[in-house]
Design a protein around this ligand. Structure first.
Ligand code: LMR
Length: 394
């Protein structure tokens, strides 16, 4: 049996992580994998997480199983953080998952059960693990235009035109905020156009929300998701706490499924529990419990929000500095898009060859499509990157 297996394609993001680790150069700069780093290059455990962990260690009396959907208090706390009062809660089913990726995987499994011939539409480009999971699950895929390579902004006309070709029941995977890999995001008024356009097709939105709080703010980054959730009869949301709570390795995600009405919610809820049971039984609890403690304790929540805001503003100031350095060096505003992008990533718009030169000559690592993790920079490395961008002829 095992000799029948074929080598699987390496994940470009994770493969780059290894190449970076193996590079002996001391001054190398990692702009690869999407992990937040502070100015010292460290991915810190957030203060509120440390406090909650200490409290949990002192108070936890058992490690017995929770439930198939995790502790319901976690689902409620995260549901409210994401959706506010945008949707009647009687329509909402949810289940904790191992990270945001787990939520996407469970969502595709759910789609496959309910609608095996549906086509799942992805933005061009998207996070490479989206098509990888969908292909692995044997579902059909289509692409909609998203990124305008000339302006490095959203190609809204192309996006709307392509989405109008969706069929009733097709699934449209959208990035709720902080688009990965481009960093370009629709404005709220463009989101309204997207929603209006999709309503006409009868397609079902699915939202990947992995960076809430990294773009315009915690509530602001949920605005598109709330808008869509309030207008459509059915919506899937795959949420991650990896980035905004900094608990990457704890695998803390949530799949939300909004049903057309409260009568259809129980079967949806039961199916989410069933799918968890089939795939891994009980979802991880540690990260989910910390998130629940923080969201339900006003002091912890305030501290977490303050630190999250520091992280967000830190990335924004790096963006401003980089755009400024490049403005000076080019005597032009052609890199100003870097200051307009939001979240961890920006697609620089370099060729694969230029990306390779940045890596080989300058020790600067970005993904092959020229996606840079802005959080991999600090005020000292920004001028180094700006200089390298110029000398590489980008
Ligand atoms: C990324 O895009 O770099 C992150 O979401 C990490 C990952 O799993 O790919």
């Amino acid at each position: 049996m095992l000799p029948n297996l074929k080598p699987q394609p390496a994940d470009a993001i994770l493969a780059l992580m290894q190449v970076f680790r193996d590079d002996p150069r001391k001054d190398k700069i990692d702009l690869g994998v999407g992990v937040y780093k502070n100015a010292e290059g460290i991915t810190p455990v957030m203060r509120a997480i440390k406090t909650a962990e200490k409290q949990l260690w002192e108070s936890e009396t058992t490690k017995a199983y929770t439930g198939l959907i995790g502790d319901p208090a976690y689902g409620v706390a995260l549901r409210d953080m994401i959706l506010g009062d945008a949707v009647d809660t009687a329509r909402i089913a949810y289940a904790a998952t191992p990270g945001g990726t787990g939520a996407i995987r469970q969502a595709v499994d759910l789609i496959k059960m309910a609608s095996p011939t549906a086509t799942i539409w992805l933005s061009a480009p998207t996070w490479p693990n989206h098509p990888s999971i969908i292909r692995h699950m044997g579902m059909k895929m289509a692409e909609y235009r998203y990124f305008d390579a000339a302006t490095r902004g959203v190609d809204i006309a192309g996006m709307l035109e392509d989405l109008s070709g969706a069929k009733p029941g097709d699934i449209i995977l959208l990035h709720g905020c902080c688009h990965n890999p481009t960093g370009a995001n629709p404005t709220l008024s463009q989101w309204k156009d997207i929603a209006e356009n999709l309503e006409k097709t009868g397609a079902i939105p699915m939202i990947d929300l992995a960076y809430q709080g990294f773009g315009e703010g915690l509530k602001e980054d949920a605005a598109a998701t709330r808008l869509i959730a309030s207008r459509f009869p059915e919506v899937l949301i795959a949420a991650s706490c990896s980035k905004n709570f900094g608990i990457y390795r704890e695998r803390t995600g949530l799949l939300i499924a909004i049903s057309p009405n409260s009568a259809t919610q129980p079967v949806t809820q039961g199916t989410l529990a069933y799918l968890n049971r089939q795939n891994f039984s009980f979802p991880p609890d540690h990260g989910a419990r910390l998130v629940t403690m923080i969201l339900n304790d006003p002091a912890l929540k305030a501290d977490w929000q303050t630190e999250l805001e520091e992280v967000r503003l830190g990335m924004l100031s790096i963006r401003e500095q980089l755009a400024q350095e490049l403005r000076q060096r080019t005597n032009s505003n052609r890199f100003d898009f870097l200051a307009q992008h939001r979240g961890m990533f920006s697609r620089l718009g370099a060729t694969p060859q230029q990306v390779e030169t940045l890596r080989n000559t300058h020790g600067i690592y970005m993904i092959g499509d020229s996606r840079m993790n802005i959080a991999g920079l600090n005020s000292k490395t920004v001028p180094i990157l700006a200089e390298a961008i110029i000398s590489t002829g980008i």
